[in-house]
Each structure stands twice: as structure tokens, then as C-alpha cells.
Write a protein of this length. Structure first.
Length: 241
């Protein structure tokens, strides 16, 4: 089993696990806020938040078991980690969660700025660059993934503030930022398929960094889609031009 664990130092592995789990907890915060705004009781709102967190923990355990058995360490196109880890979450989020009555209720009650600001969690992408400096990821992939996440996360703050203050051009900024965030993920997935075919992305198939491809693409795309859906709601209600 040890052969399917990251080559990073133990301190970096522990730090990544802590940061990653906190990131999941962080993205549940606007969900709880939206639930309270929707008139859901504090107890039920907290349960919704805990439920989301627990769902992701169970999913990461499932992915971890497969990675520790070496299931994903096979060169293939598309990579097995995308098929057995990324795709199931994508289907769950877009095929089920996004169509539930609860999700639609929460989306109506969520503020646009909170849906943008939640992307601050993507600063965890700094670990891609750290993996490069330990010679565990190729430069092209590491910097495309790391810088893309970090830039999107940093820009989320001023864009969210523009929305909250209704600053001139704030809607244009949201559209531009959201498209940038989606383009970054699509570009990264393309690079991953090309680079992974050469067997250069082993760290993305072993514990714990397999969590990146298992969690990030599907969750981030879902969150960006939620922003577009919120924009549509606001436009339909006549709150934006």
C-alpha cells in the first residue's frame, strides 16, 4: 500500500489533508447561510452543512481506497482517475444534486457575492506548485493548475466585493471571472489527459493528491454553473439588466 502514497514529505502530506478538508468545510458555509435566508431552522441548516461535508468525506474515502490499491496508476486515455473518481461526482452533482428542490431553494436564497467568494478555497492549488518543486509534477501541468487556481481564488475577493457594493461594471466582472474559472478547469483537464498519457502525473493517482482530480473539476464546475444559474435567476426577476 505504501507504494501508492505520495512521494511528498510527511509534513506536506499532513498539511495538504488538513487544508483540503478545511476547504470542503469552507464551501459549505454559504450553503448554511442560504438555508437560514430561506427560512430553514438553524438546526436543519446546520444539518444540511454537515450532510454535505460528510458526503464529501465518504466520497474521498472511496477514492482513497482505490488509489491506495493502485487502481488509478494505469496509463490510459482518458485517465482511470477521471473515469472512476471524477466522473461519478460529476454525475451526482449535475445529474442529481443540481436538480433537487432543496438545491433550487438554496440557490434562490444564496447571495451572488457568496457564490463568488466561496472560490477562495482554490488557493489550495498552491500544492500543485509545491509538488513541482519536489520534482513530482511536470512544470506545464503544475503551473497551469496551481496558478489558474490561485488567480481565480484571488480575483474572487474583489469581484465579490464589487457585487456586494453594486459597483459599476460588477456584473461584467462576474461574467468575466466566471468564464475565466471555467476555462481554467477545461484547459487543465486537457493538459491532464495529454500529460497523463505519458505517465507523468502519478501524484494525481496516489494518496492523498488523488483528491485533486476526484474532487476539484466536478465541484468547481458545479459551483461556477451555480453562479450562472444565479445570474439567470436575478435577470429573470428583473434585478439585473
Amino acid at each position: 500500500m505504501g507504494n501508492h502514497v505520495s512521494g511528498m514529505p510527511l509534513w506536506a502530506i499532513v498539511l495538504f489533508i488538513v487544508c483540503f478538508l478545511y476547504s470542503i468545510f469552507f464551501i459549505t458555509k454559504p450553503v448554511k447561510q442560504a438555508a437560514l435566508r430561506a427560512g430553514i431552522s438553524p438546526g436543519k441548516s446546520r444539518n444540511i452543512r454537515v450532510g454535505i461535508f460528510c458526503f464529501y468525506i465518504v466520497y474521498l474515502v472511496y477514492v482513497s481506497v482505490f488509489s491506495l490499491k493502485g487502481v488509478f496508476e494505469v496509463n490510459s486515455i482518458p485517465p482511470k482517475v477521471m473515469i472512476w473518481a471524477g466522473m461519478p461526482l460529476l454525475l451526482i452533482l449535475f445529474g442529481f444534486i443540481g436538480n433537487t428542490k432543496l438545491f433550487k431553494t438554496l440557490l434562490r436564497s444564496a447571495t451572488l457575492e457568496s457564490l463568488v467568494a466561496v472560490h477562495i478555497f482554490r488557493v489550495v492549488g498552491v500544492f500543485f506548485i509545491l509538488l513541482y518543486f519536489y520534482h513530482l509534477l511536470p512544470a506545464r501541468f503544475a503551473f497551469a493548475a496551481g496558478l489558474g487556481d490561485i488567480i481565480t481564488a484571488i480575483l474572487a475577493l474583489p469581484v465579490a466585493k464589487m457585487v456586494a457594493r453594486k459597483s459599476p461594471g460588477h456584473m461584467t466582472a462576474v461574467y468575466a471571472w466566471n468564464i475565466l474559472g471555467i476555462a481554467d478547469i477545461i484547459d487543465l483537464l486537457t493538459i491532464a489527459v495529454i500529460t497523463g498519457a505519458n505517465g507523468n502525473l502519478r501524484e494525481m493517482t496516489v494518496f492523498p493528491f488523488v483528491w485533486f482530480p476526484a474532487f476539484a473539476p466536478a465541484t468547481i464546475l458545479f459551483l461556477h454553473t451555480a453562479v450562472f444559474r444565479k445570474l439567470y435567476q436575478l435577470k429573470k426577476a428583473g434585478n439585473i439588466d
